[in-house]
Design a protein around this ligand. Sequence first.
Ligand code: XMP
Length: 429
Amino acid sequence: MKQDMIVILDLGSEENPRLAREIRSLGVYSEIYPHDITAAELAALPNVKGIILNGGVNRVVDGVEIDVADEVRTFGVPVLEMDHKGSAPWPADDAARTAAISDFVFGKCAAEANWNMENFIADQVDLIRRQVGDKKVLLALSGGVDSSVVAALLIRAIGKQLTCVHVNHGLLRKGEPEEVVSVFRDQMDANLVYVDAVDRFLDKLADVAEPEEKRKIIGAEFIRVFEEEARKLEGIEFLAQGTIYPDIIESGTKTVKAVKSHHNVGGLPEDLQFDLVEPLKMLFKDEVRACGKALGLPDSMVYRQPFPGPGLGVRCLGAITRDRLEAVRESDAILREEFANAGLAGKVWQYFTVVPDFKSVGVRDGLRTYDWPVILRAVNTVDAMTATIEEVPYAVLQKITARITAEVKGINRVLYDLTPKPSGTIEWE
Ligand code: XMP
């Protein structure tokens, strides 16, 4: 392993993810471990330069209370005890806090600031090769940030031993399936199975109007298609997944136990359970993006805004029809283009269009129309639990409205949704 590490032992503090991020931002790698990790496991971690006991002094292993400080002092690395519950004993002032952390990390532990993407990638390539050997790995490549970065990392490590399966369920944004094929098959020379399942999904969804029912069908069908493709492949032993650190750390206490790394394979049958390869599981989202950039993925993939699993399916309201779905896709592409032109693309957290299943009267070229509206939505949030509305400049809204009504078939009105969350949710369904 190329990088030094500061271990944070989670004894019940809520600030561990923040602390790990702060140490990493100083250029030193840091990981959080649960209170019941065994002393042997802790001692076996590579390149540990210091240990922070955060949130208490005692831990319980198999019902026995252990004084952690006594235990970890035998490891011969500096130990910092944070004997508190919840709030940080570091100085409240940001600069003073950084100086205090820096003093421990560099002063007491003499850690080297050698945590960077180049070393991370080199370490992971090495680990993946050791884990996988000459076996084959399968990955469901949606084209989202996490699965794309996993794919790029595995291609670097094991090349054609990786098979990527990209399922086009017809609910992706304009240009997305094409980009997956061009980046991974054409540029990175990956083994990519492209599955055109558009008709299959849309047939299943025909006449289904209830949002949760739509979600269930999309999720279940996805697993079925993926399973069918997996069965066609010979000798796969591993499944790669884009699990990232926030998936593993539950914000709260006594964390790392709350692993949900199997959440994506839960639907696969018993005889198709693979060993997991999860090379991003220790990265925060911005680090995943930096990793993707370092691996040469295009910005359009690396800085992609969040996109729901059911895709445009929950933005084509009610029972999905192909013509309305096309209107969502085309209007979304115009919105994205104009947001990019206006410098809003990197600033607004999530922005998209919605096409409802009702019509209104309009006029075009002197003739009556009876068409659907497009609803624009642009929200800002930190955690998606609440959201505020972006104050998009009026001129930008006018331009988008003019383009959508002129270029998108079947649309005669454009509305801007001013509803924060709550009372609305971010998506309409
Ligand atoms: P809501 O609509 O609940 O959305 O305010 C919060 C965030 O979650 C995304 N979202 C989903 N993501 N599957 C997903 O993977 C879903 O079914 C789903 N529904 C909503 C939404 O885009 C927003 O970022």
